[in-house]
Design a binder for this molecule. Structure first.
Ligand SMILES: Cc1cc2nc3c(=O)[nH]c(=O)nc-3n(C[C@H](O)[C@H](O)[C@H](O)COP(=O)(O)O)c2cc1C
Length: 184
């Protein structure tokens, strides 16, 4: 599986169902090394997630993972990044205390001498009325992953087909344009 594959140092399954209130239009940023370990985190990311910047830096980025996120989204994100492409996604993240927040995220490779040296991400606030749709879609995608009958990469295909169907029914050209037009 093309994900960071590192165990986060917190119990990412503990959730409260409460949403963190986020205000303002600041970009919420972080950078990672090639394996997805956080090398930089913005003050805004620390404030929203409830982790200090010291707690974030050096940890795998799945420290912010919310169990409602389908594996196939991160599978697709890593495939894009490792191929040198950017990726846009709707992301539900878990805060340190189990609360959550929704963001739109752009993930992109950082290039240095000799190729990709790490990854960067910036997050923005989505239009509030879209969140329920994505909650529903992600629940369907997780069910499709569970029911696929495969335990290798083939298990992502039915879930990614549901994502494609959602993109088409939204009238968007692709996921990037759908995410970009969903900013608050
Ligand atoms: C630049 C960058 C930023 C990331 N930001 C997040 C994030 O905010 N939340 C998150 O759950 N995963 C994020 N990830 C993905 C994680 O590294 C990881 O793949 C994901 O949480 C799935 O966890 P798993 O690999 O344990 O399945 C990011 C990855 C990169 C490269």
């Amino acid at each position: 599986m093309l994900t960071s594959g590192h165990t986060p140092p917190v119990d990412v399954t503990r959730v409260t169902g409460r949403e963190v209130e986020i205000s303002g239009r600041r970009a919420i940023q972080s950078k990672t090394d090639l394996a997805g370990f956080i090398t930089q985190a913005s003050r805004s990311l620390a404030e929203i997630s409830g982790f200090s910047r010291e707690e974030l830096v050096g940890q795998p980025h799945n420290i912010l993972r919310h169990p409602d996120m389908p594996d196939s989204i991160y599978y697709s994100m890593w495939k894009h990044l490792q191929a040198g492409d950017e990726f846009y996604g709707f992301t539900k993240n878990r805060a340190k205390n189990g609360d959550h927040y929704w963001v739109l995220a752009r993930f992109a490779p950082i290039r240095g001498d000799g190729g990709i040296v790490g990854y960067t991400s910036a997050r923005f606030l989505p239009q509030r009325d879209l969140i329920e749709q994505w909650e529903r879609l992600y629940a369907e995608m997780r069910a499709a992953e569970r029911d696929s009958g495969f335990d290798d990469e083939r298990r992502f295909q039915p879930a990614l087909a549901l994502l494609e169907r959602h993109i088409r029914s939204s009238g968007a050209r692709d996921l990037s344009s759908l995410v970009l037009r969903s900013r608050a």
